[in-house]
Design a protein around this ligand. Sequence first.
Ligand code: ATP
Ligand code: MG
Length: 402
Amino acid sequence: MKYTEIMVRYGELSTKGKNRRKFIMKLAENVRQTLGEFPKIKINADRDRMHLLLNGEDSTQIIPKLQKVFGIQNFSPSIRVEKDVAAIVHMAQAMMKERYSGTETFKVTAKRSDHSFEKNSGELNVLVGNAIIDLFPKIDVQMKKPDINLRVEIRLDGAYLSCETIKGAGGLPVGTAGKGMLMLSGGIDSPVAGYLAMKRGVLLEAVHFASPPYTSEQALRKAKDLTKKLTPYGGSISFIEVPFTEVQEEIKRCIPQAYWMTVTRRMMLRLTDAIRMQQNGLVIINGESLGQVASQTLHSMVAINEVTSTPIVRPVATMDKLEIIELAQEIDTFDIAIQPFEDCCTIFAPPQPKTRPQLEKVQKYEGRIDVAGLMERALANLKFEEILVSSSNEVSEFDEFL
Ligand code: ATP
Ligand code: MG
């Protein structure tokens, strides 16, 4: 079917009272960004629905992208015809010919927002329904949960027909909750944590600690590739690389091995918090999962978290590793995450990190390094890169003409 429009139904926005307008505008902006390579599409957003007028763009390429955008409950590809009974019936039959395989039940749901149209919704239901039964005499009508719901909507500018409802990603439009700094390693957990935070409307900036020459160019590439995988869900993401070599060398030089990990994490958190402030972020997000490794026991969390009162969102804190992996596969970050390039934590990992670090000791040992100076130098040398929405698997028709 050559669809002319996609009708988008909002997710949870409807419950958001006076913020509704802001939510809808944000969603429209995110859809625009995700569909950036289809410049002919026109987006019309109103209070109840968003209409994407395709203007000849191919819906089969657009649908998979739209399915990733948070804030969409579901959507229906539709076809517009003249507001003329014969044209409507003709298109309804054509759509069902393509959709009906001989076993499904169906119903017609007509809606008339243009009240000047000659038939009301009840009359349209009967009329279109009968036309389908004429075509397929064996087809069953079912009012509750039919397999095919053939929708006919009479609007001011035409009649719209659709027979499919595609599930959206749910959640809230990215950006409506404010900004958070995602501590993004090259591992499995932090991209999943980022994805889940985006699902609840958080706009991400990715903070990545790199310790060249101990960590490789490939490890950095990997972190950027993981970031790119998150962009289809909410638009481009700022990637901030923090030079961490000096900090790690100092920790190694001055602090007892058993406390390397705790102090390293505290330095990461302090730096992320300083960057958050600079970037006007509200919270920090990380990929910690309770009990997974020494740094992620509750005792460690207490010792590490002591350096800031900024809220830390830990979306995967209570998930099992296998559950996290499942999600990582779903969002296609898993294969990148398991590439064997060491990150800064692996390389400086002590053989026996403390699972129950004592705060007084942590503070005492930290007195041996110049926390403020190390931070100042790291912050003075941040590298920023805007990771744009992925467009790896397609060249748009528009581009081909250029
Ligand atoms: P991940 O799979 O996200 O790497 P992990 O199970 O390997 O997590 P750790 O390496 O202990 O756990 O890291 C815990 C969290 O600390 C990570 O999820 C991430 O949020 C943050 N983190 C670790 N290393 C880095 C890094 N190099 N840059 C930025 N954040 C990091
Ligand atoms: Mg890791």
